[in-house]
Design a protein around this ligand. Structure first.
Ligand code: P5A
Length: 434
């Protein structure tokens, strides 16, 4: 992509409405634009990040045995009356009336809808277990939308739902999703700690929130410094490995302030106590038969009796993750994207547009990296190009100036470490390719 032709409207000034770094940087780097309170348009660079996160989430859901489907954003009020949540949900639900005066709503979550779908499509114990999921926009009419996409009203969520025949197998589904989440965050390149959490609107008695530590986080968190995420990518999806993994990530104390237990906390040595703030990027729930019973969903068991499935639900804030990652990974100059989700892995900075050698090297690099690089081919000062590349946070910058270009050399800069290398073009390409 040539920067001169792109729709990446970077801003020099700091937008006044943005209170925290990630919000400022998302606006300044041209990733999003606010369309109304808590509602954002995703511009091309922002959409690329969103799509990359979505793809990692999808691959890890699939690896855990979950199956993707797509449910609508608009739901009927009657569906929610079945579970009793239509009235309970309150003002956060955006209620809509169609031309026939039928009551609809913009879905804030999908427990009822997926239960209705499974009720219609699975009749026998042989049809379970199932873990359907989708990645779809949600709407919650938050009282205080703020911090950009971190607390929006319209936001993208991955939500999965598990249906099992008994408690043991439901718990195994819960552990599978816990592993899928840890693998997802590891692949994205961030650390998120699973913490015991309240179940709120969704209900149930077992829940973990996944928190990225950041001073601007909305939740107070307490955790044991000995928490180790380990290498989730090496854990297999078999029962023994899942149990061991679950043990290892949940034995160390970690809880949100709502679930904080001062008695247990008192038993942890002071040197290991950590108190801080976190951004909740995911939450998982086990809630048993809450929805299957209230919505009268059962399958026929082996003995001909009815079995009400044991359920759980599992959310990841896909759009929130974009802001949360920036909150955790930035410096004064701008964003520092992890390689796996950067909008462009490489930026090519042509410091002397019109110089034969510079132009030729830049064109060949642009052809080499194709869609995965952003070529700054504008007639701009070098300083402006450096500042924009740092702001946008590309993991690699290939800086092409006339002195080096004459010798067939370029300067390679790694955004995260600020390391610089002067290299022949082919070596720079090899290093970026890793
Ligand atoms: C789990 C999946 C649920 O809704 N039902 C289906 C369950 N959980 S949750 O914790 O309420 O939401 C899941 C994740 O969505 C993100 N999220 C938000 N992101 C941006 N703006 C919001 N207003 C918002 N509300 C929730 C969070 O990452 C949350 O963990």
């Amino acid at each position: 992509m040539r920067l001169s032709q792109s729709l990446i409207p970077t801003l020099k000034e700091t937008p006044a409405e943005a209170q925290i770094a990630s919000h400022r940087l998302m606006l300044r780097a041209g990733l999003v634009r606010q369309m109304s309170s808590g509602i954002y348009a995703w511009l091309p660079a922002g959409l690329r990040v969103l799509a990359r996160i979505e793809q990692i989430v999808r691959e890890e859901q699939n690896a855990a045995g979950a199956q993707e489907l797509l449910m609508p954003t608009i739901q009927s009020a009657d569906l929610w009356r079945e579970s009793g949540r239509y009235d309970a949900y309150g003002k956060e639900m955006l209620r809509i009336t169609d031309r026939h005066d039928r009551e609809l709503l913009f879905g804030p979550t999908n427990e009822e809808m997926i239960t209705a779908i499974l009720r219609d499509t699975t009749k026998s114990y042989r049809d379970l277990p199932q873990i359907p999921y989708h990645i779809q926009w949600k709407f919650r009419d938050e009282v205080r939308p703020r911090f950009g996409v971190l607390r929006g009203r319209e936001f993208l969520m991955k939500d999965a739902y598990s249906f099992d025949l008994d408690y043991e197998s439901a718990l195994l589904s819960y552990k599978k999703m816990m592993l899928a989440y840890m693998r997802t965050f590891q692949r994205i390149g961030i650390t998120a700690i699973p913490m015991r959490a309240d179940t709120g609107q969704i209900g149930g008695d077992l829940s973990h929130e996944f928190h990225i530590l950041a001073p601007t986080g909305e939740s107070g968190v307490f955790y044991d410094a000995d928490f180790k995420a380990g290498n989730a990518l090496s854990v297999k999806y078999d029962e023994a490995a899942l149990n061991q993994f679950y043990q290892s990530v949940t034995t160390k104390y970690a809880a949100t302030d709502e679930k904080h237990d001062t008695e247990i906390w008192a038993t942890i040595p002071d040197a290991r106590k950590r108190e801080g703030r976190g951004i909740e990027v995911g939450q998982i729930f086990y809630f048993g038969k809450k929805y299957s019973e209230s919505m009268n969903y059962s399958v026929i068991g082996p003995d001909g009796g009815k079995i009400f499935p044991e359920m759980g639900s599992y959310g990841i804030g896909v759009s929130r993750l974009v802001g949360a990652i920036i909150e955790a990974q930035h410096d004064d100059a701008g964003i520092i994207w992890p390689d796996a989700i950067a909008p462009f892995r490489t930026a090519i900075l042509n410091l002397r547009q019109g110089d034969g050698a510079c132009d030729a090297i830049c064109e060949s690099l642009h052809a080499e990296f194709g869609d995965d690089c952003l070529y700054d081919n504008r007639e701009e000062r070098a300083g402006a190009k450096f500042a924009e590349a740092d702001l946008m946070g590309h993991p690699w910058q290939i800086i092409v100036g006339p002195r080096g270009a004459a010798k067939g050399e370029v300067e390679l800069k790694r955004r995260a470490s600020a390391e610089r290398f002067e290299l022949p073009v082919a070596q720079a390409v090899a290093m970026v390719r890793g």
